[in-house]
Design a protein around this ligand. Sequence first.
Ligand SMILES: Cc1cc2nc3c(=O)[nH]c(=O)nc-3n(C[C@H](O)[C@H](O)[C@H](O)COP(=O)(O)O)c2cc1C
Length: 140
Amino acid sequence: MSKVSIIYYSGTGNTEKMAELISSGVSQKESQVKLLQVSSATLDDIADSDIVVLGSPSMGNEVIEESEMEPFVESLKDIISGKKVALFGSYGWGDGEWMRNWQDRMSEYGAVLIGDGLIVNGYPEDEEENRCIEFGKSII
Ligand SMILES: Cc1cc2nc3c(=O)[nH]c(=O)nc-3n(C[C@H](O)[C@H](O)[C@H](O)COP(=O)(O)O)c2cc1C
């Protein structure tokens, strides 16, 4: 059974809702899921997972959230190599640049990316809800 940790930052709840929907998709497969805000996550959660799913909204100027998510992601640099990783997050007005850069960065760290990062404009509703659930199912 795959152990999956979903670790996210969300300021206004949009990425959090994505995390919950992805978690429900993962749970539909044979798996053990942990859903954590990044402020409660530790490197042991990473070491203990077969698949790591990271979520951050686009902030600043097309970057991941800088006070909590950025230092956490930086701390993965030397331990994430070879680990399966999926990325997701909500954005407002951009074209997904923050996600493309984040994917490149995780690849540089040696992570094995599972597909393209899932991005949703604002709060996931209707079809977007389903995309999040399907994304969760697809990473197992
Ligand atoms: C300080 C700040 C900076 C932002 N910068 C960007 C940006 O560069 N590009 C973008 O598409 N959206 C940007 N946004 C919009 C957020 O990504 C968007 O509102 C997102 O849905 C927030 O997700 P959350 O509810 O999980 O915090 C920014 C929002 C804030 C508050």
